[in-house]
Ligand binder design. Structure first.
Ligand code: NDP
Length: 458
């Protein structure tokens, strides 16, 4: 029998695809990876990394303003959008190169072209056919824009990092991760931002207190948050300044330089032969996989944003490593990894940040019945002199039956950094008694998580 060209053929050079390809090659597998665009996928090119760089840029704006209370006297700073864009592009270009080196260094055959699945074991890249024992679909997702009149005038997160000129007036539609982060960032960079969310709250799926609190903090920071609001249409105006006019369902009108739709993402599963090869997709177009990331075609696997799990880079990375263990055995001296979707921490890089791990209060009440809530809201030490009215919220949810801390949520400075450490504790099953026995680091905001003694309500 003729041996396949490759043991593993990865379609998509984003976080999950690159990690799986690299790990498999390091395990001795013959691996190919096809990617038509820049390596690194959404996260590196138009997601996490540029977003975080721009978030830092926006924080400087607040920092300059707040420094006066600490004795600094500075001339009003001037923001240079073009310099930020150019520096970001240079850094992303460097990362694209790092990804390429990592793949090539591991011995992965890199194919720069459009891949198409031609069967259970076949892939065509441009006009070249390859066979593979296993195919991994890691093609990620793409922004979804609903069918609104004037849709042709809007941009998505794929374009927002390169807007030209800087959008002095920005309308952001949506209330999820991307909408909230973009609203905070552009507000911090000096734009006048209106956020239009169809529902009654931001960040659906997060704890209610967190959603309410972050909406209020974003509002205080200057974002005009419009809840229960919809866009009726977007029209072009004959004007050099703010050339767009957004009309909301209630009739209100907002002039804008740019309209950013952040209304969710859809998986990239069309146009490259998946369904023709027998791969089952769900109603959202995502590849249906079992716990081993196998699709309805046993040799075709899928992970990351294209499959039915959480759309987060670290989840795709973990899935990639678990899949490689399954297909090619664990690394020498290591046990086979298992994927566990419980207690996945996440952060939203709004200003201030949201950080969260575990169950929301509503989920915990449903799952555990009796829970105790600890809640602390305060002004961080830094803001006693900064003149900022920003406040911090921290919340713990404890399962009464076991005393285990099952939810930990925060809105405040560096919430992402703080919650990462506590996520280890929650994952390890830490109880409230362990939190209470932990000595705080003083003076920090994080110490509040180990000093909350009085339940806020039953
Ligand atoms: P989300 O699913 O988080 O949010 C989509 C938002 O758009 C929701 O507020 C939703 O409203 C709204 N919406 C959906 N459809 C429509 C419509 N037809 N008209 C008007 N509004 C609509 O998606 P994002 O695009 O923000 O992010 C995608 C995913 O990417 C996230 O879920 C997350 O997993 C990941 N991500 C992670 C980040 C991080 O880790 N920091 C950063 C960015 C993205 P409603 O709330 O009412 O449903």
């Amino acid at each position: 029998m003729k041996k396949s060209d490759f043991d593993l053929f990865v379609i998509g050079g984003g976080s999950g695809g690159v990690r799986a390809a690299r790990m498999a090659a390091q395990r001795g597998a013959r691996v190919a990876l096809a990617e038509v665009a820049d390596l690194g996928g959404t996260c590196v090119n138009v997601g996490c990394i540029p977003k975080k760089l721009y978030s830092y840029a926006a924080h400087y704006g607040e920092g300059f303003a707040e420094s006066a209370g600490f004795g600094w006297e500075i001339k009003p700073p001037v923001f240079n959008w073009n310099r930020l864009k150019a520096n970001r592009a240079r850094e992303i270009g460097r990362l694209n190169g790092v990804y390429q080196q990592l793949l090539e260094g591991a011995g992965v055959t890199l194919l720069r072209g459009w891949a198409r699945v031609t069967g259970a074991h076949g892939v065509r890249v441009d006009d070249q056919d390859f066979s593979a024992e296993h195919i991994l679909v890691a093609t990620g997702g793409t922004p979804f824009v609903p069918d609104v009149p004037g849709r042709e005038h809007v941009v998505t997160s794929d374009q927002m990092f390169d807007l030209e000129p800087f959008p002095s007036r920005l309308v952001v539609v949506g209330g999820g991760y991307i909408a909230c982060e973009a609203a905070s960032i552009f507000n911090g960079l000096g734009a006048e931002v209106t956020l239009v969310q169809r529902g009654a709250r931001l960040l659906n799926g997060f704890d209610d207190d967190i959603s309410t609190f972050v909406a209020s903090e974003m509002g205080k920071a200057g974002v005009d948050v419009r809840l229960n609001a919809g866009v009726a249409n977007i029209a072009a105006r004959r004007s050099k300044t703010s050339p767009l006019l957004v009309t909301l369902s209630g009739g209100a009108q907002i002039k804008a330089d740019a309209v950013l739709y952040a209304t969710g993402r859809k998986p990239n599963t069309q146009g490259f032969g998946l369904e023709e090869a027998g791969v089952k997709l769900d109603e959202r177009g995502m590849v249906v996989v079992d716990k081993d990331f196998r699709s309805s075609v046993r040799s075709i696997h899928a992970l990351g944003d294209v499959s039915t799990h959480k759309a987060l880079t670290p989840v795709a990375l973990a899935e990639g490593m678990v899949l490689v263990d399954r297909l090619f055995g664990p690394a020498k001296g290591k046990r086979e990894r298992q994927m566990d979707y419980d207690f996945i921490p996440t952060a939203v890089f709004t200003h201030p940040n949201v950080g969260t791990v575990g169950f929301t209060e509503a989920q915990a009440r449903e799952r555990f019945g009796k829970v105790t809530i600890y809640r602390s809201e305060f002004r961080a030490l830094r803001h006693t002199l900064s003149d900022s009215t920003e406040r911090t919220l921290m919340k713990l949810i404890v399962d009464d039956a076991t005393d285990r801390v099952v939810g930990l949520h925060m809105v405040g400075d560096e919430a992402g950094e703080i919650v990462q450490g506590f996520a280890v504790a929650l994952k390890a099953g830490a109880t409230k008694a362990t939190f209470d026995a932990t000595i705080g680091i003083h003076p920090t905001a994080a110490e509040e998580f180990v000093t909350m003694r009085e339940p806020s309500r039953d």
